[in-house]
Design a protein around this ligand. Structure first.
Ligand code: WQD
Length: 342
């Protein structure tokens, strides 16, 4: 078995795709997940894809005793990818304490154990929400961070500050924060994908559930923005391409090729797409006509944001490869499989 990596939140959407890509290049993956937003069946699906069943421990990272016991059991952990966090923007507005406690204390518990058990390498799941509504586009890593639009986004911004400050006083600790734009799509096998609980907050799962007949109609939140067609613009990144960025980041840390001990990278395609363009591309790629209507703007929405990927391309050596067309088709294939649609 290869070098051992802990993936927290490894049965989740981005986590599970990252586990598959880590296993594909020989890493020995261990998952911690509390299954608050995923199911244990994902471990079976990962095994079906890779032929390797990752070790899986079910508990919440707020339980520091269980986390201590974990590191006493798994003594070979060389690096950690930390996905585990609550991530529903709207819910975070209603329940800020739940989000600040879960997302921040989990990270701090991980950092405590890394110090105690001498784990030096951490890849952190961050988000473009740290930029708020940028004044200039595309967004570079030097674009000033702004007040996040939600407590969820704020937990990502605060987590980065915690990491920056802890790195300063922990000589052996190396951290890479990956600032995701909008992750979408599913593994080509359609065995893993995005499975939001309840009514989807995010655009693409709402589209695929509408196409599957689970939702009656997609509401497009506003077409009066200053964009190509009035609907909001985002940088939609294929989840497998995003997973591969984590493998590159882990290798960068393990091989000590990082240039600073706290690095951060924008992980996007570099191309913006409007909501209406996403809908049109979905219809083209799947042949499914989508029932939608234009409604009022959603409070807190950023008008447009997309990444400048120069640094990720040149320094990290990573580039998005999958088209929006193919990514939306992968999302539809996943939806059809889980709903038993031919
Ligand atoms: C995208 C666009 C909506 C649903 C959030 C988080 C971000 C990341 C991704 C975790 C917007 C429009 C949506 C719908 C719509 N999450 N939309 N009808 O808000 O850009 O980002 O999810 O890391 O951190 O902030 O993603 O998919 O919710 O919305 O018109 O039913 O689709 O207005 O313009 P968002 P989203």
């Amino acid at each position: 078995m290869g070098r051992q990596v802990l993936v927290t939140g490894g049965t989740g959407y981005i986590g599970s795709h990252t586990v598959v890509e880590l296993q594909a290049v020989g890493f020995d993956v261990v998952i911690i997940d509390d299954l608050s937003n995923s199911s244990a069946e994902v471990v079976d699906q990962i095994e079906k894809i890779s032929g390797i069943r990752p070790a899986f421990e079910e508990f919440n990272l707020l339980d520091s005793e269980k986390l201590e016991a974990f590191f006493k059991k798994y003594t070979g952990i060389e690096a950690i990818i930390h996905f585990a966090a609550f991530k529903a923007v709207g819910e975070s507005v209603e329940k800020p304490l739940l989000y600040y406690r879960n997302n921040l204390v989990s990270l701090m518990n991980i950092l405590d154990c890394m110090s105690e058990y001498k784990v030096a390498n951490l890849v952190f799941s961050s988000s473009c929400t740290v930029y708020g509504q940028p004044d200039q586009l595309p967004v570079t890593e030097n674009t000033p961070k702004k007040d996040a639009e939600s407590p969820y986004g704020n937990t990502k911004a605060i987590s980065e500050e915690v990491l920056r400050d802890v790195v300063k006083v922990t000589p052996d600790l190396k951290v890479i924060a990956l600032r995701y734009f909008n992750p979408i799509g599913a593994h080509p096998s359609a065995l893993i994908g995005e499975l939001p609980r309840g009514v989807p907050n995010n655009l693409v799962p709402f589209i695929t559930q509408t196409a599957a007949g689970i939702r009656q109609q997609l509401s497009i939140f506003g077409d009066d923005y200053d964009t190509v067609d009035g609907s909001c613009v985002r940088d939609y990144i294929n989840v497998v391409d995003l997973a591969k960025a984590h493998v590159i980041a882990i290798n960068r840390l393990i091989n000590n090729t990082n240039s600073d001990r706290f690095e951060f990278f924008n992980i996007g395609t570099g191309t913006g797409a409007s909501v209406i363009e996403v809908v049109q591309t979905f219809e083209e790629s799947t042949g499914v006509k989508l029932n939608y209507k234009i409604v009022a703007r959603r409070p807190g929405d950023v008008e447009k944001i997309y990444a400048d990927t120069t640094i990720a391309n040149s320094v990290l050596g990573w580039k998005a490869e999958t088209s929006l067309y193919d990514t939306l088709l992968s999302a539809w294939n996943w939806e059809k499989r889980i709903r038993g649609i031919n």
